[in-house]
Every structure is written in C-alpha cells, then in structure tokens.
Design a protein around this ligand. Structure first.
Ligand code: OFO
Length: 171
C-alpha cells in the first residue's frame, strides 16, 4: 500500500503524463500541417510513449491499493514555431517532467516508501534517455537552421522512429 500523500502525488504525475501525451499529439498535428511528416511521426510515437508512462503509473496505483484520480487535462497550444523551436519546447517540457519525477522520488525517500522508490527508478532512467534523445535531434537541427534540404534529411530520419513495444503494465 501507499500513503494518501503519495497517492495524491502520483495522481498529479499521471495528469502531467497525460498532458505530455496531449502535447506531443498536438505537436504531431502541427508538424503535419507545416509539411514535416517525419517530425509528425516522431511526435506521434512520443505520444504513444507518454501513454505507456501514464499506464504504468495507473497500474502501480491500483496494484498498491491506491485510488486513481483522473483530472482534467490542460489544453496544449496549436502552433509551435520553427522546427528548432518545436524541439526546444520538447526539451524544456522533458526537463520539467524530470524535475517533477525527482520531486516525486524525494517524497518516496522522505516517506521511506521503498516500493515507490523502486517503481520510480524506471522513470528516472527514462528521463535521462528522453532528454538525450531530444538533444540528439536538436544538435543537427540547430546546425541546419532553415536550410530546406537539411530539414528534409532530418525529417526522413525522424520518420523511421518505431512504436514502443514495452508492455503497459507493472505486473
Ligand atoms: Fe516524456 O516522459 Fe513522460 O512525460
């Protein structure tokens, strides 16, 4: 079981993960409308990743006899600027999520909640990977700037991203 305090904090994180999914789906639609289908594909896969993040937390709450509280999801913007700005926004969002996961881990440590610490370790590692992935895209994007042939090449590379295969359960 988990404390009511921890239950509330995980439910807050569930909402943030849902917002992440919503944000990346909105970004995917935006990328499609500005003629970057590979960017749109990458963002759509990112949306699916976020749904996995949510589902793992949802399962964990239920496995720990906690209550799931699904709150309203904030509306994401419709436009995200240039290709570089799209990924700068993505990096800033992932850094925000990393801070949030760290705060959650801090609470689990304060409460000596070892099960939640073990559970959250997956998210700590995942955030390192997510930030690194975005930085790996941002570096070449900053180099090509608005050069059309460079952008088309990156768009083709992003189109190759595959859907996540990890099972959406902690059991
Ligand atoms: Fe993008 O890692 Fe969850 O939110």
């Amino acid at each position: 079981m988990i404390s009511k305090n921890m239950e509330a904090a995980i439910n807050e994180q569930v909402n943030k993960e849902f917002y992440s999914a919503y944000l990346y789906l909105a970004m995917s639609a935006y990328c499609q409308t500005i003629g970057l289908p590979g960017f749109a594909q990458w963002m759509r896969i990112q949306y699916q990743e976020e749904i996995l993040h949510v589902t793992k937390m949802y399962d964990y709450l239920l496995n720990q006899s906690g209550q799931v509280h699904l709150k309203a999801i904030k509306e994401p913007a419709r436009e995200y600027g240039s290709p570089v700005e799209i990924f700068e926004h993505t990096l800033a969002h992932e850094q925000f999520i990393t801070k949030s996961i760290n705060t959650l881990m801090g609470l689990a440590v304060d409460e000596r909640d070892y099960a939640t610490q073990a559970f959250l370790q997956w998210y700590v590692s995942e955030q390192v990977e997510e930030e690194a992935n975005v930085n790996d895209i941002l570096a070449p994007l900053r180099m090509v700037g608005n050069d059309k042939s460079g952008l088309m090449m990156i768009d083709r590379q992003l189109a190759a991203r595959q859907a996540p295969v990890a099972p959406a359960t902690v059991k």
